[in-house]
Design a protein around this ligand. Sequence first.
Ligand SMILES: Cc1cc2nc3c(=O)[nH]c(=O)nc-3n(C[C@H](O)[C@H](O)[C@H](O)COP(=O)(O)OP(=O)(O)OC[C@H]3O[C@@H](n4cnc5c(N)ncnc54)[C@H](O)[C@@H]3O)c2cc1C
Length: 470
Amino acid sequence: MITATMVEDLKFRFSGKLIVPVDPQYQAARVVFNAAIDRRPGLIAQCAGPNDVVQTVNLAREKNLPLAVRGTGHNVAGFAVCDEGVVIDLSTMKAIAVDPQARTVRVEGGCTWGEVNDALQPFGLAATGGFVSITGVSGLTLGGGLGWLVRKHGLALDNLLSADVVLADGRLVTASADENEDLFWAIRGGGGNFGVVTSFVFQVHPLGTVLAGIVLHPAATAPDAIRHWRDLEAGAPDESTQGALLFHFPDDPSAPEPLRGAPVVGLGGVYAGPLDDGEKLLRPLREHEPKLVDTFQPMPYNAAQRMADFLWPAGLYNYWKSSYLRTLSDAAIDVFVDFFARVPSKHTVIVLEHNGDSAWDRVPDGATAFGHRDWPYNFVVTSAWSDPRDTEENILWTRALFAALRPYLAPGAYVNYLGGDEGVEGLKAAYGEKLARLAAVKEKFDPRNLFRLNQNIAPASVQGREAALA
Ligand SMILES: Cc1cc2nc3c(=O)[nH]c(=O)nc-3n(C[C@H](O)[C@H](O)[C@H](O)COP(=O)(O)OP(=O)(O)OC[C@H]3O[C@@H](n4cnc5c(N)ncnc54)[C@H](O)[C@@H]3O)c2cc1C
């Protein structure tokens, strides 16, 4: 338990804000993206810089307190907040420094990808980031980082040059290809298991205007529209990252009538190359009928990264299921479409991603802790609803869809899309054979598993003990 004396002692060594349950800011500070997560930490340490992180890690270790780490609190599994313990909250650490000559950017752990790409755009530079602007740089990068440049430049973590990390023993170290190489390997995919990253340095890329948008079709034509998209994806150049989405258009009075509240299938994304080439490549996708609307147009990359934000508002109840697919067969497409016709919530979105046959899977498998680059298609069912009384119905629908997809699932999952109730099976799906190497790095940097409120990789000695007892 956290005592007033502990908080008072920490104050002497801490420059940011220390928030406890009686403070007026407490309610807002404990809220995360997913409304289904309702936890009450004893202390939220809103850090102003690396020293605040060091001091809070030391407190949690010395007093044996549960410790959660929050980038921007976007992960639906909700590990960014805990009951009773301490939250290291980086969300106010937002410094961004662009080096246009070196084409790099240094980013503190509390930034969103929208903030980073807004800072890069005036220099004609871009970082892949996520498919939306509101996700946190920290969690997204440490788990992988799929975004609109994934087929051209790989994952966010493939573009990571170095990271400053506060370890469980309170040391602040740099991890890069030349320093603490084992740690650098592990944090590129292994999540927050190894320490608290206070800042990241990324390689960024020249990119001004991209051709971006989405074509919407009535959901009734989804099987044909998704097959058409899938067939066009075969052989698409690296410049093109396109996805397929099943969702309900917002029931907003300002929406044009055929769209308002309608179930639709959306096909689209970003072409990050010469605009004329993009126009030519995407013509068959855009001319496919019957379509409701085509929003493709040239736009700055930071605007393209915002175009899908409206689909995932914060504050809804969320439950997600995700996996790679062996192939995107006609039969698998039919399962997605059949279930979508019975979806209990109009906030739910089914996302099909094609990342493969690109820069993404040309990175050697052993180069990072991120796995499964051999499966080109990925999906995530982002079930979301606004009334807590609808929770059971939505969870059951999501699980039934996942069960119906079993014959088509590849043995692998993307750790950042896991919902949080998968347990060890989720961990195995995310890391497969890499788990043993990750456990050895964990043993070296966090043998007592201080950083355990995450998709937790137990230290090798703990895994050995458990295996012996089983
Ligand atoms: C609406 C929405 C859209 C998404 N879109 C994408 C997408 O396009 N591409 C994609 O790849 N993923 C996407 N995701 C998943 C996203 O990558 C994860 O949710 C990610 O964890 C979010 O990062 P965060 O920093 O906000 O996480 P938080 O919830 O703050 O943290 C999640 C966990 O990451 C760890 N962590 C966070 N910060 C640090 C740090 N600085 N040091 C050490 N550990 C840390 C901790 O273990 C923490 O519990 C999306 C999620 C949502 C909700």
